[in-house]
Design a binder for this molecule. Structure first.
Ligand SMILES: Nc1nc2c(ncn2[C@@H]2O[C@H](COP(=O)(O)OP(=O)(O)OP(=O)(O)O)[C@@H](O)[C@H]2O)c(=O)[nH]1
Ligand SMILES: [Mg+2]
Length: 473
């Protein structure tokens, strides 16, 4: 409880920093159209994906402690269901769905982080829902049950891009469970790819957990080893890596109890019983893990945004000095032109009155300057923009790998923004914003990291004291 309070406070701090400091700057300069906190503001989420009938819903029901999700052989459930906590009905009255919300409401409610999924259209909205459940398992996290993956031909009939939805949800999730059952290990390739592509490499490794489910269906230990080996081989093919990620092996005891005579249970099952508990504990650790992700999210976007504004500022400064230089040249040409006109009038038209000569020269100079500004200056500026954008990579120094990575992530955004040139900000604004982002990166982020590592070493007693000092005020 004290632990939860501390984690919630820390999470709120991070989200507030993003909302107040990063998002306004990100939106002003075209770094991001959507508020950056959208993906991280809600509760930590666990996304469960896998083949159809791999036992996703059965396992979730087992964790929740009640039959909440429909289960069955053959593709059963074609909805994405967000399962979240509600304590308005006491647990003692039985664990059940307290309230249900449909996809349309979910996609439009600003309380939830799902508004970015609206782009997937009506068909997706019709297959998206939320259930509020009084299960204590959901106290600090939400679970998303997904429709099972089908083969790629049937996949096209869904009416929305399933892989993209999975990618978008994975981006918001603190943990992704990828379930396999013994018979269909190959078909997750596309979904794995879309997750790989959407998650930053930084947090990718510790966000994905592979689970070999329904292991009770292996009749002998040898059979289990064969299935496990096949899955390892498939995974190394999918991930393109030689080191195999850890795979947890489990099964749903309720599903087994309802289908099998316990005498037929394979003898190795009791030995692997601890793996389900291990998996459960890993899921329950999601909020803490999520805090690490949030801190990384803040760091990554803080650094990239700083880099982004630096590029916009450099461009602005170079453009301004080019402009002043060319205006000065225009001014000199106008002066010369005005003088020349006065000289011509003096020699050819025998104009002698100095005031008249001055006015003629002045009018001539002004006309030349207007012509310069309206025509030559504009043309030169356009040319400058075009050539500078061709060499956009020299805009900021890219000295090390971190800068290279961040430049890689923002290059196209900077290019598009400068090409459109629609910013209604001044160089002075940029300077102030850059300073603000630097403060966040150097001070706030540091403080959050310190609070996180301090938290890991805190005892229940320390947390209680912390709660007294910070929550009762
Ligand atoms: N023997 C055994 N059967 C299981 C296990 N888990 C689930 N089942 C059964 O397998 C069938 C499919 O399980 P579901 O939980 O509906 O699978 P799902 O992955 O949610 O399927 P979709 O929602 O259709 O994608 C059901 O009939 C379950 O009873 C398990 O660990 N062992
Ligand atoms: Mg299901």
């Amino acid at each position: 409880m004290h632990r939860d309070n501390y984690m919630n406070a820390l999470r709120e701090d991070i989200v507030e920093t993003i909302t107040k400091h990063l998002t306004p700057v990100a939106q002003r300069y075209g770094y991001s159209d959507i508020p950056l906190e959208i993906n991280v503001k809600w509760r930590p989420m666990v996304l469960v994906i896998g083949n159809y009938s791999s036992g996703k819903s059965s396992l979730i029901n087992e964790f929740l402690g009640a039959k909440i999700q429909d289960t069955g052989q053959a593709p059963t459930d074609d909805s994405f269901t967000v399962l979240t906590y509600d304590d308005s009905v006491p647990e003692t009255e039985g664990i059940r769905v307290v309230e249900q919300q449909d996809g349309k409401a979910l996609l439009n409610d600003p309380e939830f982080p799902f508004s970015t999924l609206r782009k997937h259209g009506q068909r997706f909205a019709a297959h998206f829902q939320l259930k509020r459940i009084n299960s204590p398992f959901l106290k600090n996290l939400a679970i998303i049950d997904t429709p099972g993956m089908l083969d790629s031909i049937t996949e096209r009939d869904r009416g929305y891009d399933y892989q993209e939805v999975i990618g978008d949800l994975a981006q918001k999730a603190g943990l992704v469970l990828v379930l396999f059952d013994a018979h269909k290990a190959g078909t997750v390739r596309e979904a794995y790819k879309s997750i790989r592509d959407t998650l930053t490499t930084h947090t990718f490794e510790d966000r994905i957990i592979f689970v070999l489910n329904r292991i009770d269906e292996c009749t002998t230990f040898n059979d289990l080893l064969r299935v496990y080996g096949t899955l390892c081989w498939n995974l190394s093919q999918i991930t393109g890596r030689k080191d195999i990620p850890m795979i947890r092996m489990t099964y749903s005891s309720n599903a087994v109890a309802s289908t099998k005579n316990s005498a037929l249970e394979p003898p190795f099952l009791p030995l692997l019983e601890n793996q389900r508990e291990d998996l459960k504990q890993t899921i329950l650790q999601t909020p803490l893990r999520r805090l690490d992700h949030l801190a990384s999210y803040l760091e990554i976007h803080g650094d990239r945004l700083a880099h982004y504004i630096e590029a916009i500022q450099t461009f602005g400064l170079e453009f301004r000095s080019f402009r002043i230089q060319k205006m000065f040249i225009g001014f000199l040409i106008s002066l010369l032109g005005g003088g020349l006109i006065a000289l011509i009038m003096m020699t050819l038209a025998a104009m002698a009155d100095p005031t008249a000569l001055l006015s003629v020269g002045g009018i001539g100079a002004s006309l030349i300057m207007i012509l310069w500004l309206a025509f030559f200056q504009k043309k030169l500026e356009l040319k400058f923009r075009a050539t500078r954008l061709e060499n956009i990579d020299t805009l900021t120094p890219v000295t090390d790998q971190t800068r290279k990575d961040s430049w890689g992530a923002i290059r196209d955004l900077v290019y598009q923004h400068l090409k459109k040139n629609k910013g209604d900000y001044t160089l002075y604004d940029i300077k102030i914003d850059r300073f603000d982002i630097r403060q966040v990166n150097e001070i706030t982020t540091q403080k959050i990291r310190e609070a996180l590592s301090e938290f890991r070493g805190m005892s229940e007693e320390d947390l209680k004291e912390w709660g007294k000092d910070n929550l009762t005020r």
